[in-house]
Design a protein around this ligand. Structure first.
Ligand code: PLP
Length: 412
């Protein structure tokens, strides 16, 4: 059992009022709020040990470097990577995916090779692959979804050919909340010698991850979606891939020796971390991991599962509401529309009730096209949300329906 009152108390922003009302924050897939312990660790870093890491031999620089590397070790242990060399700090999921597209792409993708993505990806896991394929003369293939919002996995082995180099797939869809059967997908791809990149941006905060057990080749996530600061993220990569890949960006910190005509590069993981490191961000990520582990990941998973089931059942039971996706395992997210009401109108009315949701295409335009709509209202949960907040949402959606949708409602 989670002590939700205590947990909510850990997040100062949850005490803020919006239009004079208590905030109901249901936009956690966009970004989560930060507990006091994360904020304190960042302040402590800047107040007591701020210095450029891996640059100086003086006391503060050594402290900052040690703190940064200790954060890397926390991430390693959190996702059970084999070695800290496999943990690259980036700005977030987007940069992690761009790093692989640029570096793996430069080394391993040639004309007529193929990259496979899926129809449900976030734009961050689509556009870098389009650009790579364009620059290399490679082909982008798409694993489609069915009407229920599930990937058509029976098509995957037919899509793969001997030219397929990489499959890029999200663990959890940011729009539908479906949990893809990631082990099954990775096993299948590996049977054909295809490497797999997992976009875990919407999984890492809800599902315990074990990259060795998953056997993924790459995994990307963002700190700000798991209670840490913005501007910090992670790329996990199997060491043998990262060793073989060329640097992504170049400059200070990623070098061995620099001459005027040529240079050598640092060992992993620094080879991929050009420029001044975001030490405060990494430390905030470590603090967020500590926070989640102190509460207990199993307890969080159980609580969030109950909450999401309650949310989806209550929303689906409302007349005149369409819930998108029909699948066995859902995580964190519910997308819906009020019949004949624009999602932006629903979002705006909910906002006036101090309920923060997201309206729009959620950076997943191909998925919207598949659904035949331009957008949805999306709620996304975090460990500090409560059943009472779901009740407020339901009352809010009913109010929206009364205001803008009622004359169109068809009885189910
Ligand atoms: N992938 C998924 C599934 C996401 O939900 C998001 C953000 O919403 C991203 C990638 C991009 O994350 P970021 O903007 O933190 O880089």
């Amino acid at each position: 059992m989670l002590d939700i009152d205590t947990i909510r108390n850990d997040f100062p922003i949850l005490r803020e009022k919006v239009y004079g009302k208590p905030l109901v924050y249901l936009d956690n897939a966009a970004t989560t709020h930060k507990p006091q312990s994360v904020l304190d660790r960042v302040i402590n870093h800047y107040s007591r040990q701020n210095s450029n890491c891996h640059r100086g031999a003086h006391f503060l620089s050594e402290q900052a470097s040690a703190a940064y590397e200790s954060a890397r070790e926390s991430v390693r242990s959190f996702i059970n990577a084999q070695s800290p060399a496999e943990i690259i700090f980036t700005r977030g999921t987007t940069e992690s995916i761009n790093l692989v597209a640029e570096s793996f792409g430069r080394k391993f993708v040639r004309a007529d090779d193929e990259i496979i993505i899926t129809q449900m990806e976030h734009h961050s896991n689509i556009v870098p692959w389009q650009r790579l394929c364009e620059s290399r003369g490679a082909r982008l293939k798409v694993l489609p979804m069915n009407k229920k919002g599930m990937l058509k996995l029976d098509r995957l082995s037919k899509l793969i050919t001997e030219n397929t180099k990489l499959l890029c797939v999200s663990y959890v869809s940011n729009t539908l909340g479906i949990v893809n059967p990631i082990r099954e997908i990775i096993d299948l791809a590996h049977r054909y010698d295809v490497a797999v990149l997992v976009d875990a941006a919407q999984a890492v905060q809800h599902i315990p991850l074990d990259v060795q057990e998953m056997d993924c080749d790459f995994l990307a996530f963002s700190g700000h979606k798991m209670y840490a600061e913005t501007g910090i993220g992670v790329l996990y990569g199997k060491q043998r891939w990262l060793e073989a890949m060329p640097p992504y960006q170049s400059g200070g910190g990623m070098i061995g020796n620099v001459g005027l005509r040529e240079s050598t590069y640092a060992e992993l993981p620094l080879k991929f971390e050009a420029g001044t490191a975001n030490a405060a961000g990494a430390i905030s990520l470590q603090a967020a991991i500590d926070y989640l582990q102190e509460i207990g990941l199993d307890a969080i998973v159980n609580y969030e599962n109950e909450l999401i089931n309650r949310a989806v059942e209550s929303i689906a039971s409302l007349e005149g509401v369409i819930v998108y996706g029909d699948f066995p395992q859902r995580c964190g997210v519910v997308s819906f529309n009020l019949e004949n009401a624009h999602p932006y109108d629903v979002g705006m009315i909910l906002d006036k009730l101090a309920i923060a949701v997201r309206s729009g295409n959620h950076c997943a335009q191909p998925l919207m096209e598949h659904l035949g709509i331009s957008g949805t209202v999306r709620i996304s949960l975090a460990l500090y949300n409560t059943p009472q907040e779901i009740d407020k949402l339901i009352a809010g959606v009913e109010k929206c329906r009364d205001m803008i949708g009622s004359r169109y409602v068809t009885t189910k």
